[in-house]
Design a protein around this ligand. Sequence first.
Ligand code: ROI
Length: 170
Amino acid sequence: MESDPGGCGARRIAHIGLGSNLESPVEQVRRAFDELDALPQTRLRARSRLYHSRPMGPQDQPDYINAVAALETGLDPLPLLQALQGIEQGHHRVRRRRWGARTLDLDILLYAGLVIDTPELQVPHPGLHQRGFVLHPLRELLPGDFVIPGRGRLDALVAALPPQDLEPCR
Ligand code: ROI
């Protein structure tokens, strides 16, 4: 039997991207931070500022509020994904069209340095390295020399971003 003195399983750091552009987005994101902290075997260890961003994708939708959370969790990646989907459903997330407006989007950006490539889950998140609304808040929580598996240093990725309509909102 493996040693597990605390009896709670291995705890790993996962970074979660939060986004909302419907029904009081700031409130949606603030509530989601609390709900992440309340997940089983999970604590919210850090949160970025909230950012106001122009939509990527279809432009006929409201601007977004984005942020990133760092969780310490005993949940494996797929149970964590399912727990995030449960939170999204609690925010009445409706999938109307691809890249459409949403009350709450929760993405696993990074999980304990792992690379996961399955039909259900890709980690690092496939769009992460090109999205200012993900990289800027992530950079608040990780050092510039942090290496995103398969994508390179975080500070280099941030430096390579095109100028974006993105600003911290608190
Ligand atoms: N655009 C912004 N600015 N923020 C998001 O969180 C976001 N999420 C998405 C798409 C529709 C790609 N665009 C976004 O899923």
